[in-house]
Design a protein around this ligand. Structure first.
Ligand SMILES: Cc1cc2nc3c(=O)[nH]c(=O)nc-3n(C[C@H](O)[C@H](O)[C@H](O)COP(=O)(O)OP(=O)(O)OC[C@H]3O[C@@H](n4cnc5c(N)ncnc54)[C@H](O)[C@@H]3O)c2cc1C
Length: 403
């Protein structure tokens, strides 16, 4: 059963992260966007406060171990806490939220596929007091939505694997201590050929290429990674070779999305909520809404639509996250939540610009930034179209039909 009530402990975490977002993140947000960089002083401070990526994607979160919070002693809640955290931190600044130290998107595949030694070796580094990052390198110049089309190759050579290829758009890929890299033993095998490696910084043949400039979340690092005869020790193949008999490499890529798509949806809700609250408060200051004005109907309709759709998106996100916590298959719900949240939060940011008029496009104000930031939430970790395709496939499967 999905419970939409927050426990006292969950509410405390939410309130603490809102305070962090408001008092630590918002004050540097516009400047970080302008500089295309999140200040290291902020990331260190957040790490000291315990605000790391560990709080975001569910299964890597310490809260997912079923430690309980008094009123829910054995329930797993890492994903639920992860989406609460994601919404609050993205309300502060989405680029900062995805730049937080920690394993990030790289965490779930290590957690799901890694041997106990690999988990200790690769996830253990995040106990270090210094900020450290992990990253997830799947996308390539010619393979984005169509994951089965990756062209980065891997070939066994003695006690090493040799990787050749290019990865593109990798969040935190340059600063990461390690990248989870998807490669194929033979591109003609499609999904069956996939293998998943942890490639550590400094590995011979691995280089960071360009850092990409973007329309939104500009302070977040998005890197190109180059692999040229890159020799990766055999013990860095996640789970060992026997894991790959049943297309485990491809499955790992997809299962990662089941837990991270709700988090991305929650961040979209956070940005949309920021735009909604800012617009509501500005209009309240500037207009006397206690008496009818010519635009009253339009303002009321827009503001209530923004709030209504964001609340519906939040409930879809919580549902998908709670299912992940309860180990209930949630592929369809995770995609529904991400697709819906991306769509309505994009609409909310566009509404904010429209309702505020010229003030909505000023570069030194928040709304213009949120309008730019939100777009990518309907692109990364699967575009809106791809999410709708996933939902349609699941629906048709249930009906015994083929898409
Ligand atoms: C800021 C940023 C950060 C990112 N971070 C990471 C990261 O950390 N790791 C990583 O691996 N990747 C990352 N990505 C890559 C991201 O996941 C891909 O951009 C995304 O999957 C879409 O792939 P694509 O850009 O190649 O678009 P394409 O796949 O080329 O799609 C182009 C258009 O065609 C549509 N389309 C494609 N296939 C279909 C279909 N079957 N049916 C209907 N429509 C379709 C898409 O919806 C889209 O509108 C990041 C991207 C960005 C922009």
């Amino acid at each position: 059963m999905i419970d939409f009530e927050l426990s006292d402990a969950q509410r405390n975490i939410q309130q603490f992260l809102h305070w962090v977002a408001e008092s630590e993140i918002r004050p540097v947000s516009l400047e970080a966007d302008e500089a295309h960089e999140v200040p290291m002083t902020l990331l260190r401070k957040l790490k000291e406060l315990g605000v790391t990526m560990d709080a975001l994607p569910g299964p890597t979160s310490s809260a997912s171990a079923g430690s309980g919070d008094g009123d829910r002693p054995v329930e797993r809640q890492g994903n639920r806490i992860g989406v609460l955290a994601a919404e609050e931190l993205a309300w502060g600044d989405a680029a900062v939220a995805i730049s937080l130290p920690g394993a990030g998107l790289g965490g779930p595949p290590v957690q799901m596929m890694g041997t106990p030694e690999q988990k200790e070796r690769f996830l253990g580094i995040f106990k270090d007091p210094e900020p450290r990052w992990g990253a997830y390198a799947l996308t390539e110049p010619e393979a984005g939505s169509d994951v089965s089309g990756i062209r980065t190759t891997c070939r066994k050579d003695g006690d090493h694997w040799v990787l050749n290829g290019t990865k593109l758009f990798i969040t935190n890929g340059a600063r990461a201590s390690w990248n989870v890299v998807f490669a194929t033993v033979d591109p003609t095998l499609g999904r069956a050929g996939h293998r998943v490696f942890v490639v550590e910084k400094g590995t011979r043949g691995f280089q960071v290429g360009r850092i990409l400039d973007k329309m939104g979340i500009r302070a977040s690092e998005t890197a190109e990674l180059l692999f040229q005869d890159c020799r990766v020790p055999a013990e860095n193949l996640l789970g060992g070779e026997e894991r790959y008999a049943q297309r485990e490499g491809f499955k790992a890529a997809m299962q990662t999305f089941d837990v991270t798509r709700p988090t991305v949806g929650a961040m979209a809700v956070g940005i949309g909520r920021a735009a909604f609250e800012y617009t509501r408060d500005r209009l309240r200051q500037e207009l006397d809404l206690s008496r009818p004005i010519p635009r009253y109907g339009v303002l009321a309709e827009r503001l209530t639509r923004m709030e209504r759709e964001l609340q519906a998106a939040r409930l879809l996100v919580w549902q998908a996250a709670s299912m992940a916590d309860q180990r209930i298959p949630n592929t369809k719900e995770a995609s529904m939540a991400k697709a819906y949240a991306g769509t309505v939060a994009t609409r909310a940011c566009a509404d904010a610009v429209e309702l505020l008029g010229a003030a909505g496009v000023r570069h030194d104000r928040w709304v213009e930034k949120w309008y730019r930031d939100i777009k990518v939430f309907d692109i990364f970790e699967g575009t809106g179209q791809v999410q709708r395709l996933v939902v349609a496939r699941r629906l048709f499967e249930q009906l015994g039909l083929r898409v």
